[in-house]
Design a binder for this molecule. Structure first.
Ligand SMILES: NC(=O)c1ccc[n+]([C@@H]2O[C@H](COP(=O)([O-])OP(=O)(O)OC[C@H]3O[C@@H](n4cnc5c(N)ncnc54)[C@H](OP(=O)(O)O)[C@@H]3O)[C@@H](O)[C@H]2O)c1
Length: 435
């Protein structure tokens, strides 16, 4: 096939955008061999034309005027790599309505405004792809949408935020939360304002997208319950190690009896579980389904060139499937009800700081037992001003556990309201030595 030029426009020419242009140049022959097309960045929208760029664009490519992209009929594929939700959402809608295919790396945009964007893409008959918005270089969206199309995936467990995974690995090695955050910032893993990472907001956006694709039912950011790593106490990290576990920020999306639950929270993960081996800034996603049992994908979840490789993979998929109707554009085809609040079931861990008085333990056990929460493991540490009880429960209903913990927090001997974390293990309590 004769090779042709495909003009591509970028919204943004920062870390990811410049890396896309660099890879187009450096890998031009590979891309042409694989796709039969020669791709070229013809326009890139930026805020400032004067900024020094690591990989400068050809003269005339950078622009501050979106109309140069919107009004150019030769541009049929645009990669949105600038970030932002409101203004960016309007621009992407404009592009889609004008019949341009859009590829985006922007998880907040897809998780917050996915429904209107996909509707606009469908009515214009163009594609909206978003591989790079979740786990950067790991091709999890493509695997879910294309490779596992008949698998009935019922569970997605993921470490989808590299910054917090880096921090938790550092805390396991003895650093405090503040030291781990400073180290992550010094290495460029954490932003100056790390709120989105440490509160779980970034992971929640990615889990909303993964759940939407996995279950073909729409989940927005506000559907995802989240607890961040900023709630972890150093005592929890030490206790996890004693229990042969590690703490990870885990996104869970589960389909149970026709109901879906999506959440993000720190969890104690059994050291024998594949997700416990994911260290540093890496990401991993474990998919479970009827036909596949279990598939785990692991790799770098951020970085300019890593993200750019996923953006380019989407661009080449768009070009290769334009007009073929190969994939329905919107992954959503049904509406599944949410699991009612409190119905989620899991084994849980929590710690209690208590005054060391006779009878405390039995009062705690009593409050749990009254709500059908049974204890599988208990560790007790004495200190000068009292004791810390580390409790692991058998599988319990979240609502029952929360009610029990509210009652326990009101006991006069208990110093602080406990924060429960789910326990993730594919081994039963007997194999864990907890029975
Ligand atoms: N970096 C990663 O590792 C990574 C990983 C996964 C996903 N992402 C996503 O990829 C996107 C881009 O990230 P990045 O790290 O490349 O960001 P970045 O380095 O800050 O680059 C942003 C680019 O967009 C341009 N821009 C921003 N707002 C604009 C506006 N309103 N109008 C015109 N141009 C605008 C900037 O122009 P100027 O250069 O003139 O300032 C800059 O070129 C984000 O959605 C991010 O969440 C990034």
């Amino acid at each position: 096939m004769a090779s042709v030029d495909v003009p591509v426009a970028l919204l943004g020419y920062g870390t990811v955008g410049a890396a896309v242009n660099r890879l187009f140049h450096e890998q031009a022959e590979d891309i042409e061999r694989a796709t039969g097309h020669r791709l070229r960045v013809v326009k890139a929208l930026v805020r400032s034309l004067d900024k020094e760029r690591e990989f400068p664009a050809a003269p005339g490519v950078l622009t501050t005027d979106i109309n140069e992209i919107l009004d150019d009929p030769s541009i049929s594929v645009v990669a949105e790599v600038m970030g932002g939700v409101e203004g960016t959402g309007e621009t992407v809608l404009d592009l889609l309505r004008r019949g341009k295919n859009v590829v985006t790396a922007n998880k907040q945009l897809v998780a917050r405004r996915g429904d209107e964007l996909f509707a606009a893409a469908s009515s214009s008959g163009v594609q909206l792809r978003f591989e790079a918005s979740v786990c950067a270089a790991i091709p999890v969206i493509k695997v879910l949408r294309e490779s596992l199309v008949v698998t009935n995936v019922h569970s997605v467990l993921g470490i989808v935020n590299g910054t917090t995974n880096f921090m938790l690995t550092a805390m396991e090695a003895g650093m405090s939360y503040d030291e781990a955050l400073a180290d992550a910032q010094a290495r460029g893993y954490a932003e100056a304002d790390p709120t989105d990472d440490v509160t779980g907001a970034d992971a929640a956006a990615k889990m909303a997208i993964l759940a939407t694709v996995a279950f073909a039912s729409r989940y927005a950011l506000e559907d995802v319950a989240k607890v961040g790593i900023d709630t972890i106490d150093p005592l929890d990290v030490a206790a996890a190690s004693q229990l042969d576990m590690v703490i990870r920020l885990i996104g869970q999306a589960r389909l149970m009896d026709g109901h879906v639950d999506v959440r993000v929270s720190p969890a104690l993960v059994d050291k024998h579980h594949p997700l416990a081996a994911v260290e540093g800034a890496f990401n991993a996603v474990m998919l479970q389904g009827d036909a596949i049992r279990e598939i785990t994908l692991e790799g770098p979840g951020a970085g300019g060139v890593e993200t750019a490789s996923a953006v380019i993979a989407d661009i080449t998929s768009v070009i290769g499937t334009m007009g073929t109707g190969f994939l329905q554009n919107d992954p959503v085809r049904r509406t599944l009800p949410r699991l009612p609040v409190g119905e989620h079931r899991s084994p849980y861990y929590f710690h209690l700081s208590v005054e060391d008085r006779p009878g405390v333990l039995s009062r705690v056990a009593d409050e749990l037992a009254q709500r059908q929460v049974s204890v599988s493991r208990l560790l007790q540490h004495q200190s000068l001003d009292g004791a810390t009880l580390h409790v692991v429960t058998h599988e319990a209903r979240e609502g029952d556990l929360r009610d029990a913990l509210t009652a326990i927090a009101a006991l006069p001997e208990v110093k602080r309201a406990p924060q429960p974390f789910p326990v993730i293990s594919s081994r039963g309590v007997t194999e864990l030595g907890w029975a």
